[in-house]
Write a protein that binds this ligand. Structure first.
Ligand SMILES: [Mn+2]
Length: 237
């Protein structure tokens, strides 16, 4: 079985909520471990992640341990970064065996050509401010500079504040109109024939035609499964 999840936002909320979300996620990982051939994590797994050359954010040990264990036992774990955790370095690959990408990817799985993306950096032509911010946040040199100039405690404090405010604008939305830009993108994608698109980011679990949107994890586990018949199903628990 192939599994897809995104927007766990580990580390968000107060301590009790952080722990509850992580428990929910780790329990789910344990439950899929026997059947998971591939696990696709489509971004915003962490509410904020910034990695220095020798320093990573505190916490998440249950999650990282479980992911490392699954990778060692043969599950292919692929992570595409989201707008909350795009500043990953080599740590998750070297320590946990996770295959990491910072851009949308296509994969041939179970006879399907899949287009996978977090969804944040897509179809934002009409939003110049977002485009500028995206370039700024994704700049490699800026990131290296910041990691040399800014003390980790200061940067993480800023990041957690920024993540909180950006997520609040996001978590509660339920109006399906928020899916429109990504649907428009998928419908207009002609670079190669795609059988199915999977996105995170919008926090609304939904399927339309050959597009699957993944939900978020603050209240329940929310994921998608691709079975041997090439069918993708959304699930919550
Ligand atoms: Mn998110």
């Amino acid at each position: 079985m192939i599994y897809f999840a995104s927007d766990i936002h580990l580390g968000s909320g107060d301590i009790a909520r952080q722990r509850a979300t992580e428990q929910r996620f780790v329990k789910w990982l344990e439950s899929i471990e026997p059947t998971a051939e591939v696990l696709f994590l489509l971004g915003d797994i962490f509410d904020f992640w910034f990695e220095y050359k020798r320093v990573v954010p505190k916490g998440f040990v249950r999650t990282l341990g479980q992911l490392a264990k699954m990778a060692e036992r043969g599950t292919r774990i692929v992570m595409l970064t989201g707008n909350h955790d795009m500043w990953v370095g080599k740590y998750l690959t070297e320590e946990c065996g996770i295959e990491l990408y910072t851009t949308p990817q296509t994969f041939d799985i179970k006879g399907l050509k899949l287009y996978l993306s977090h969804g944040d950096n897509t179809n934002i032509k009409g939003q110049p401010m977002l485009r500028v911010m995206n370039r700024f946040f994704r700049s490699k040199s800026l990131r290296v500079l910041a990691s040399w100039l800014i003390h980790p405690d200061l940067f993480l404090r800023f990041g957690q504040w920024w993540s909180g405010s950006s997520r609040k604008a996001h978590t509660e939305q339920t109006d399906l109109k928020y899916l429109d830009p990504l649907i428009e993108f998928a419908k207009g994608y002609y670079e190669q024939p795609i059988d199915h698109f999977v996105f995170g980011h919008i926090h609304i679990p939904h399927q339309r035609d050959n597009i699957t949107f993944l939900g978020e994890w603050s209240k329940a586990a929310s994921w998608a499964e691709l079975d041997d018949n090439g069918i993708i199903t959304l699930k919550t628990k």
